[in-house]
Design a protein around this ligand. Sequence first.
Ligand SMILES: NC(=O)c1ccc[n+]([C@@H]2O[C@H](COP(=O)([O-])OP(=O)(O)OC[C@H]3O[C@@H](n4cnc5c(N)ncnc54)[C@H](OP(=O)(O)O)[C@@H]3O)[C@@H](O)[C@H]2O)c1
Length: 325
Amino acid sequence: MAKRIQIEQNGGPEVLQWAEVALAEPKAGEVRVKNHAVGVNFIDIYFRDGLYKAPAMPTSLGTEGAGVVDAIGEGVTGFKVGDRVAYAQGPLGAYSQYHVLPANKLVSLPEQIDFDSAAAMMLKGLTCQYLLRQTAPLKAGDVVLFHAAAGGVGTFACQWAKALGVKLIGTVSTAEKAALAKANGAWEVINYSTENVVERVKELTGGAMCDVVYDSVGKDTWLTSLDCLKPRGLMVSFGNSSGPVEGVNLAILNQKGSLFVTRPSLNGYADTPERLQAMAKDLFDVVQSGQVQIHIGQRFPLEDAAKAHIALAGRQTTGSTVLVP
Ligand SMILES: NC(=O)c1ccc[n+]([C@@H]2O[C@H](COP(=O)([O-])OP(=O)(O)OC[C@H]3O[C@@H](n4cnc5c(N)ncnc54)[C@H](OP(=O)(O)O)[C@@H]3O)[C@@H](O)[C@H]2O)c1
């Protein structure tokens, strides 16, 4: 038997249950991982509240974790029992003591990276990898706006942008978060609770505005974000923390300067085992170089996942959040 967090229906944090289930056996091509640390991400909230639909109920949540291979299914090559591994994709169910997932969603964890750091970095760090290194071909001197710069993905973005020589303007909601984003390498920070973002971006860029805007806040920031772009700039809308962007009239992209827009996802970039491995190598390299450090802002016992969800949705977290099984 094993313990996991599961839901039987969509709803608020109160639908998260601490349940005991039979230990699942890996099928052909699958691996069972004994989780040592589990990552918390905003997408877990979308699956809990029903914005994204889980394939079946009851279901556990979570797609990010790190641990040790505990059992392997038929035909699995490249991994053996006892290997240290980490993952950021695959079926829902990382909020568990044991998680069964396809072997081709795993990466080997370098000895120097501990389990907590791995669980804190896989989904957010790989997201940052594709956002800064693939979605936009950023080069030194480019100016980007990155919303929620003290959050999980934002903390990676501030540091990685600095390493690339990119001038990242981060937005945050409090003075404490502003200080954190600045300490992590943001070129400038705007408090979007108290300042006019478009006016501040105009000032900071001498009127030139941004090459790229990375917007994971969604509904609340969409229009402001478009107004912060240069003509023909790129709008990367990659999340819904304040709710999804809906009902967009494409003509707005013309009116605001022949803009480009994309709505990417990690699964759309790490869509083959080869691409996943290459992206993970790039992430591990930048972390092991010391240019990007892992910030775990808060830890909770796995059974207290509801507290983690309340904190994340309530804008009370900074950096990554880790659940300890
Ligand atoms: N497309 C992808 O591949 C992908 C992958 C990973 C994550 N994401 C998205 O990236 C975003 C960040 O994920 P994360 O897990 O690292 O979370 P996070 O950034 O640590 O937390 C979300 C942050 O968004 C800001 N925010 C603004 N309005 C908010 C609202 N109404 N409710 C809650 N938060 C609000 C808050 O920062 P302030 O208090 O500073 O405003 C909050 O701390 C999420 O939208 C997530 O869905 C997308």
